[in-house]
Write a protein that binds this ligand. Sequence first.
Ligand code: 13P
Ligand code: SF4
Length: 305
Amino acid sequence: MLTTRELQDEIIRLKKEKDVCILVHAYQSHDIWEVADYVGDSYGLSVKAAESTASTVIMCGVRFMAETVKILSPDKKVILSNSQAECPMADQMDAEMISQMKVKLPDYAVACYINTSSELKTVCDACVTSSSAVKIIKNMDAKNIIFVPDCNLGEWVANQVPEKNIKLVNGGCPTHVRLSPKDVEAVKALHPNAKVAVHPECRPEVAALADYVGSTTGIMDYCRNSEDKEFIIGTENSIVQHLQFECTDKNFYPVSRDCVCHNMKLTTLPDVYQCLLGTGGEVIDLDDDTRIKAKACIDTMLSLG
Ligand code: 13P
Ligand code: SF4
């Protein structure tokens, strides 16, 4: 049996030998962070995917992230670290539903969160991530914009871009939606000096109690750079652990012990090893029509963001 350290050393040796880039979303576990070529939020991962020169990319995250890599780098072999890692929000709406909305609202452009399927992206004008959404919505030509599927993120964006007429649709992240104002108040009562940092996928009444609202990378930068010593974190609980590793002179508390994304937690270090051996993960394949149409939507994000 290998120790964690031995397995990590073997992964690092194999990825160099096989010209593999390991991209890791911030919600992955710390042992996976330590073998990554890049760790970041959804926007950072898209930029790195477009830039990477490796012939193979292993995406440790969920399916839409691996599909984004394939769309941006069709000639690379792209492997999703665990074939069951799906984002439930990405399946809440489909291309057919968006096409019907476009018929009913012909004066509206459609912006979709990157947490959607490639098929859905083929019928949208621009894609956004939590860290790029405000800028992209501001920069879009259209005044009337349908925003799907996360109405919490959509409302947070709409409040910052009042010049646009944004139509929201009822969808969202089942992990972040679990957090309530009562949860924040209960942890704040225990740690009254702590600053509160939450993700915009949280409900607006939770975001209203926060000192900072932003993407996973944004939350980490806010805590890193702050003079404060205590923080209450309202996003997937792995971020609490990563911050505690990095800022040992500060204390981090989760808003709720239930803010766990089981899909993000599916990938294990042995999964990454199996991907390198060719005995695990799923090789992502998209048909050309879907890939080319979805790419237009992601390219707009990269150019406006
Ligand atoms: P970001 O990393 O872009 O903040 O996204 C959070 C998330 O829920 C990804 O699935
Ligand atoms: Fe999807 Fe939410 Fe999990 Fe992110 S945290 S992968 S949005 S379910």
